[in-house]
Design a protein around this ligand. Structure first.
Ligand code: NCD
Length: 396
């Protein structure tokens, strides 16, 4: 099938790679646009029009419009022309069941939102009339705020419910709470819960989309997606990168989701932690395990630090915080062993002087910790966008 962009590219006599450079995107996105699954945004259209103008080729904005399909334009994101959505999941419960295509699809859309969020024109009306409920059974500041902002930027009504003010305290079960909210016709429930598996259970009882905002030590899919977006914007791609996940991997849902995602996208993972903080059987996930920071960090492209998750520890896992910092805290001495352009990442909240030295955390040449927070809003916009618009379809 010849779609408008394909015809345009043939007129311009350029390759997909050249068009990707011109449109400031990836070749994968160009393929998707040429397959009719995605639309270029206004600045990309403008770039192509300028190029055609400079080559003396007659093109207008109308040449970008599909005429032979019934399409529903989705405000600069994707177009479903075949009846098949590129993302076939009703919920986002984890990374484990996502394919590389699913991940690329979310990341590409997130990247569009990340660019849009940097302009003054960042408030959209795509989800006007939709209701997003943040249901948090565990404390959170950044993740809850990030989802709230994401929903509001898309025009949705967003409501926050935290356990402290909920009926759970009055004896209602998690499921009853979710079913009650579902009966109020929520379009998406964003749920954080201290127990692994609780979000999945809840998703089976409601007919709106459910996004897992962290369940116990299990998964935290939007965190892994925002990490991937931050990395791929800085490094161009995830393929072939060597990524070190350092610290309390045993209790970390961030680590688990990152292992699934980064491996699916072709990165290699090292885990660096004391034996007490490494989950049993982790080698089966295909990661390399190190107990020594200097050896583990050698030649790494990405150094991702994790917090000691004391709220999930039953008993004592490290002799003392002082000793932990000495052996496992990221300082300039240890960082020397990673590649000279290695990025420093942390999902937050950080414990300065425990898993990371304050100066290293604030080193704006190396640390992308603030960019992770920025990308979090874009990724959550993409997830809300995709899921609230797929929810009425018969997809799994
Ligand atoms: C992480 C979490 O809650 O799992 N933080 C976050 O989402 N910003 C990591 C952590 O709490 O250490």
């Amino acid at each position: 099938m010849s779609t408008p962009l394909k015809i345009i590219r043939e007129k311009l006599k350029i390759t997909q790679t050249e068009l990707a450079a011109l449109m400031n995107t990836t070749q994968a996105t160009i393929s998707r646009m040429e397959a009719g699954q995605w639309e270029p945004n206004a600045s990309q259209v403008q770039a192509v029009l300028e190029k055609s103008n400079s080559l003396g080729i007659d093109l207008s904005i109308d040449d970008f419009v599909l005429t032979n399909h019934s399409t529903q334009t989705t405000n600069g994101s994707y177009k479903d022309i075949s009846g098949e959505l590129p993302f076939n999941h009703r919920h986002l419960l984890g990374i484990q069941n996502l394919s590389a295509n699913d991940i690329n699809f979310i990341l590409d859309l997130s990247n569009n939102y990340a660019e849009r969020n940097r302009t003054a024109d960042r408030k959209l009306s795509l989800l006007t009339g939709k209701t997003v409920i943040n249901l948090f059974f565990e404390e959170s500041t950044r993740t809850r705020t990030s989802f709230e902002l994401a929903g509001k930027r898309l025009g949705a009504d967003v409501i926050n419910i935290s356990v402290a003010s909920s009926s759970i305290k009055k004896g209602e079960t998690v499921i009853d709470t979710a079913v009650t909210l579902n009966a109020m016709h929520a379009d998406a429930l964003v749920v954080r819960h201290p127990h692994a598996g609780a979000v999945q259970l809840l998703s089976e009882k409601v007919n709106c989309s459910v996004i897992n905002a962290g369940d116990g030590s299990h998964e935290h899919p939007t965190q892994a997606l925002l990490d991937a977006l931050t990395i791929s914007r800085r490094k161009g791609s995830l393929q072939g990168l060597l990524v070190a996940l350092c610290g309390d991997v045993a209790h970390s849902r961030v680590a688990r989701s990152n292992i699934y995602l980064l491996q699916t996208m072709g990165a290699r993972i090292r885990i660096i932690a004391p034996p007490t903080l490494i989950p049993a059987g982790v080698e089966r996930l295909g990661v390399e395990v190190f107990h020594d920071m200097n050896a583990g960090l050698a030649d790494c492209d990405i150094v991702m630090m994790l917090r000691l998750q004391r709220e999930r520890m039953k008993g004592s896992f490290v002799p003392s915080v002082h000793e932990y910092f000495h052996f496992y805290g990221l300082d300039y001495e240890k960082l020397k062993h990673a590649k000279s352009d290695a990025l420093i990442m942390h999902p937050g909240p950080m414990n300065r002087g425990v898993e990371i030295d304050s100066e290293v955390a604030d080193d704006f040449d190396r640390s992308v910790i603030h960019e992770q927070v920025e990308m979090g809003v874009a990724v959550r916009m993409a997830c809300l966008d995709i899921l609230t618009r797929t929810k009425n379809r018969n997809v799994l």
